[in-house]
Design a protein around this ligand. Sequence first.
Ligand SMILES: N[C@@H](CCC(=O)N[C@@H](CS)C(=O)NCC(=O)O)C(=O)O
Length: 254
Amino acid sequence: MGGHRARQAEVAGPHGQALTALSLTLFELRARDGQRYSQFSWRTTMALAHKGLKAEHKAVRVSDKAAIAFSSQDKVPILVDGKDVIPDSWRIAEHLESRYPDAPSLFGGETGHGLARFINAWVDRMLIGRLVPLLAADIVPMLDETDGLYLRSQFERFFGKPLAELAAAREQDIVAFRKLLDPARAAMRAQPFLSGANPAYADYILFSLLQWAHIVSTFEVLEPKDALTAWRERMLDLFGGLARTQTSFPATEG
Ligand SMILES: N[C@@H](CCC(=O)N[C@@H](CS)C(=O)NCC(=O)O)C(=O)O
């Protein structure tokens, strides 16, 4: 961890409270023109904003495993919080919740923590694998040649088909995907956020998949009249419109 010096930083929480954090650095993916296209990193970005914590965002290329070897694994997001190196978005959320207990809660207590774990598994195991193949072909042109070849071969190995073939029937396949979102849609008819009256980590989990889709593709995942479209707009409005405006690294970075 030689490259990351711990230093004290005073940051303002969303309710004006002063939070003292060690230096926070988030490692996440950057596409050729700066797009922040890592869906799991969006969970962490929203979680940090929810907690009122500011982090330095470091861009990583998906094929550059040497850049993240310090974390002893090969995926992002990775949060470096002072001396702690935490990979995996779920572990990062748990870390933020326990390290910054005075900042707004990501889970709303033990019961919410347990239910958010269920949402994490639902999105990871049931939804990602049904949406990613439909849009995967759109990502490759956003990457430089090395990253594009890397990701293409990852996807084709995982889904067992050429990317073009995966995308071929997406107008039909999206109908089945939308149906999978029915539990969230039903909840959203009764409350503004998945977590109830206010957004919390469970919302960021589901949102990350739609945010990824929006960043990598112009294909409309949700229909305009869908209750989830209105929820997604509310999510985009959070934290001063963070997820609308900060979808890319500055042009000079990376
Ligand atoms: N369970 C992990 C999954 C992380 C993950 O799959 N990250 C993707 C980017 S969104 C990645 O780094 N992929 C690079 C690779 O598979 O080589 C989490 O929740 O953070």
